[in-house]
Design a protein around this ligand. Structure first.
Ligand SMILES: *[C@@H]1O[C@H](CO)[C@@H](O)[C@H](O)[C@H]1NC(C)=O
Ligand SMILES: *[C@@H]1O[C@H](CO)[C@@H](O)[C@H](O)[C@H]1NC(C)=O
Ligand SMILES: *[C@@H]1O[C@H](CO)[C@@H](O)[C@H](O)[C@H]1NC(C)=O
Length: 345
């Protein structure tokens, strides 16, 4: 019954597909529904096994520290960064395989160390790129040991894409009609690998500590609240925005008490958008927090994050992307001008 109610609520999001699914379940044909799903799972697993596009599950990421500097000058449009990934080995292996796509990686700068013995850098015998599968394969001279933790360090460079995937550029006109550039992400379903090397499969959840480097005068927002801003040493006029570490996405309703106790005192919902459209956010500002509270009551789950930003992006492929703590929207799904917007929007 609970499941049915959830689906009904979702069907109000106007999606024909969901409405159809609801009918399916209303007819009590759960078996067929499940069977179709299972068949898809089996087909997916077989394809994955035959064509080898799934990551080997021999190392599992636990934490990413990501530093990424973005240059929005028109003669640059690029980014460079370093990712430190803490992984746990689940079964002995001679390589670490993860995803990377369209990134420049200097293989001489890749390193792997044992976390418990930090001075112990492992010898890398070679770094391969498997372009069919977007794999970055780091071969090691000695096998990683099961249950040991390792840290993989990978510096990388990339171009801000002019497609709406990965880490890409977009622009808007400010109140004076001047073109202003911004950089944003669209990672679903498999484009995080275009922004930084990572284990880009949904089951491989991890915590993230993100630092965004930017020119003074720009604003950076991320999934978590800002912890501090500091100068980038050796790069005058540039600053790091360092964000708090994310928590893991919690599944199901019975979450640890820790989350229940961390009830926020202030409204976590902020709304960000370009200055030219600041007069069009009133509706979202009014309705957004109400929806969030409604769902907290409905599911009896407290919103687990310290904030929820919503941002309108001028060029956006989907309707919206529900990133953890920072939802990105196509403009027409967030902004509303009571004088100009149609009844439909
Ligand atoms: C990497 O290691 C995994 C597990 O040990 C293995 O299945 C896979 O073939 C290796 N990949 C390469 C390119 O050697
Ligand atoms: C790593 O390589 C260095 C230099 O080639 C060598 O001296 C060292 O013994 C190697 N370590 C291991 C664990 O293979
Ligand atoms: C990595 O290891 C695999 C399997 O042992 C091998 O086929 C491949 O050539 C190696 N690549 C490099 C760059 O060492």
């Amino acid at each position: 019954m609970k499941l049915l109610k959830v689906l009904q609520t979702r069907s109000q999001s106007n999606s024909r597909f969901v409405r159809k699914r609801r009918e399916y379940i209303l007819e009590g044909d759960m078996g067929t529904y499940l069977r179709i799903y299972l068949i898809w799972c089996v087909i997916g697993a077989v394809f994955g096994a035959v064509f080898g596009y799934r990551l080997p599950n021999t190392v599992i990421p636990e934490h990413y520290r990501l530093e990424i500097v973005t240059d929005l000058d028109e003669d640059h449009f690029d980014f460079s960064g370093t990712v430190w990934i803490d992984v746990t080995c689940t079964s002995p292996t001679n390589n670490i395989t993860l995803h990377s796509k369209m990134l420049d990686i200097d293989q001489n700068k890749v390193s792997v160390s044992a976390v418990n013995t930090p001075d112990h850098n492992l010898n890398i015998t070679g770094v391969d790129f498997d372009e069919d599968n977007d794999f970055l394969i780091i071969n090691l001279s000695e096998a990683l040991k099961a249950d040991e933790k390792y840290r993989v360090q990978i510096p990388f460079d990339g171009k801000l894409a002019n497609i709406l995937a990965g880490y890409y550029r977009s622009s808007y006109q400010d109140a004076d009609g001047k073109k202003v550039w911004l950089a944003t992400t669209q990672f679903e379903p498999s484009d995080a690998r275009r922004a930084f090397p990572c284990f880009d499969e949904p089951a491989m959840k991890a915590k993230f500590t993100i630092s965004i480097g930017r020119k003074e005068g720009y604003t950076a927002i991320s999934n978590m609240p800002l912890e501090k801003t500091e100068n980038i040493i050796g790069k005058p006029g540039w600053e790091w925005d360092r964000f708090q570490t994310t928590d893991m996405v919690q599944k199901g309703r019975h979450r640890p008490n820790r989350f229940r106790q961390r009830r926020r005192s202030e409204d976590p919902q902020l709304l960000r958008e370009m200055k030219g459209a600041i007069d069009q956010i009133a509706f979202a500002k009014d309705v957004g927090p109400k929806i969030l509270s409604f769902y907290e009551k409905y599911f009896d789950i407290d919103y687990p994050l310290p904030k929820q930003d919503m941002i309108a992006i001028p060029d956006f492929a989907a309707g919206a992307m529900e990133n953890w703590g920072l939802i990105t929207f196509r403009e027409i799904y967030l902004l509303l001008d009571p004088k100009l917007s149609s009844l439909k929007s």
